[in-house]
Design a protein around this ligand. Structure first.
Ligand code: SIN
Length: 485
């Protein structure tokens, strides 16, 4: 049945050993392009999660005591092996997630870039010596690993979201228990196997795949041993996990939902704005947290922009991710498809106008036509919720102040984009947008070198960049006295 590739593991990774669930339970992974079952995976629950935490705890002392250069060498080797095996990783990813193969390859390279980045940051967890109030004393500040950490990762970037959490945690000297999304465990398991081949000691990185996310999450969050949880997923689930982490006062990083505005001013380079929007909106068939969700175009250029956008969108090639030239794959599930259908119907019922698309695509049950809807208004679901599908809703605006107000009118604050040639406006609007990340004349802003993360109900904590390591480090202050001659 596992026709993805015979080297993809199908069991949990606990303490360096591949294991089945104690109960013998398994679950199916399906190819969203065809609905076919492609693998059967160990369905872990509470017991395996407890075992994985114990394994991570047992591995912590040696891993955190290893010189940073040693940890860095393993992370670097892991990245290099992932790049060598990018084709196998990408094909696996496309089979379980549906994204076009070229994008899957891009994701594997993106994941590997975090390993390279944090292999270098591992050696830069500097401390400080601070002048003390008395001459006979010194204030010393060191940074040490948080301890055993947990990660709960999503299906939309099943390689990169796992690897970027693992890279930072392991670089800092923490050990990790990860729960990948049940839709896409294969990419995580294959990445883990490659990590073991790269030299990760047993117990440093553990994976518990499973369908009972609530049970696994409950054990991870209730554990006294787990000192930090990092989650990427919906704001609703994030709220619950934050509450569950409160009794043990765990550190928490949350990368939650977005509702990104994409603002095109009248002075923008419209060609560049169109390119940026296509890249931002249709990456992973619109299933990314940083996707442009609401497109605001100045009234004076809106009709021209909308017409040109509709032409570009109508020309997108829809098909299974492994089909040559495919640019838009299937949505991940029936529920995701139904949500997109519901949002488009709601927009049309409230006066939205479809410029292209607006219905199911004949490529298969989970394929939705790339769609542009004009004349959207603030009361429509497409403006209030994260769409997570290939649908681009457009509205006009008259002034800079109105654009800022429209853009900030959401509980979310992950990514925002603006296009203008006016430098003053770029700074003014960039500063006024209540978002963790702002792309100015750029539609794709993700990079291992940059701090990825949101504000408001899009969460807190940062992944990537030098700030990303801080999320896995504790600050310790020591006062050394008795230094007078
Ligand atoms: C996401 O959608 O959550 C992540 C996308 C990215 O890292 O660019």
């Amino acid at each position: 049945m596992l026709d993805v590739n015979q080297t993809v593991p199908t069991q949990a990774l606990i303490g360096g050993a591949w294991q089945n669930a104690d109960t013998g339970r398994r679950f199916d992974v399906r190819d969203p392009a065809t609905g076919h079952v492609i693998a059967s995976i160990a369905d872990c629950g509470e017991q395996e999660t407890r075992d994985a935490i114990a394994a991570a705890d047992a591995a912590l002392a040696d891993w955190s005591a290893m010189p940073a250069a040693g940890r860095a060498a393993i992370l670097r080797r892991w990245a290099d092996l992932m790049i060598e095996r990018a084709d196998e990783l990408a094909r696996t990813l496309t089979r379980e997630n549906g994204k076009p193969l070229a994008e899957a390859r891009g994701e594997v390279m993106y994941g590997a870039s975090y390993l390279h980045w944090f292999s270098e940051e591992a050696t830069r967890a500097y401390g400080d010596v601070i002048p003390a109030p008395g001459a006979d004393r010194r204030i010393l500040v060191t940074r040490s690993p948080v301890g055993v950490c947990a990660a709960i990762t999503p299906w939309n970037f099943p390689n990169a979201m796992l690897v970027r959490k693992a890279a930072a945690a392991l670089a800092a000297g923490c050990t990790l228990v990860a729960k990948p999304a049940a839709e896409t465990p294969l990419s995580a398991l294959l990445a883990a196997r490659i990590g073991i081949e790269a030299g990760l000691p047993g117990g440093v990185f553990n994976i518990v795949p499973g369908t009972d996310a609530a049970a696994i999450g409950a054990v991870l969050t209730a554990s006294e041993t787990v000192r930090k949880l990092s989650f990427t997923g919906s704001t609703g689930v994030g709220r619950k996990l934050i509450a569950q982490c409160a009794p043990t006062v765990k550190r928490v990083s949350m990368e939650l939902g977005g509702n990104a505005p994409f603002i095109v001013f009248e002075d923008a380079d419209l060609d560049a704005a169109l390119d940026g929007l296509m890249a931002s909106k249709f990456r992973n068939s619109g299933q990314t947290c940083v996707c442009a969700n609401r497109i605001f175009v100045h009234d004076s250029v809106k009709d021209e922009f909308a017409g040109r956008l509709a032409e570009r969108v109508a020309a997108l090639t829809v098909g299974p991710g492994d089909q040559d030239g495919a640019e838009i794959g299937p949505l991940i599930s029936e529920a995701a498809f139904a949500k997109v259908e519901r949002m488009v119907s709601d927009a049309l019922a409230k006066g939205g106008r479809v410029l292209t698309g607006g219905a199911k695509h004949p490529a298969g049950d989970l394929f939705y036509q790339p769609t542009v809807i004009d004349a959207v208004t603030a009361d429509m679901d497409v403006m209030r919720e994260e769409i997570f599908g290939p649908v681009a809703p457009l509205a006009g605006f008259a002034t800079e102040a109105e654009a800022i107000e429209l853009a900030n009118d959401t509980e979310h604050g992950l990514a925002a984009y603006l296009y203008t040639r006016d430098l003053g406006r770029a700074w003014r609007v960039g500063d006024a947008l209540h978002y963790g990340m702002v792309g100015i004349n750029e539609g794709v802003l993700s990079s291992a070198a940059a701090p990825f993360g949101g504000v408001k109900q899009s969460g807190f904590g940062r992944e990537g960049s030098r700030y990303g390591l801080d999320d896995y480090l504790e600050i310790k202050y020591m006062l050394m006295g008795g230094l007078s001659a």
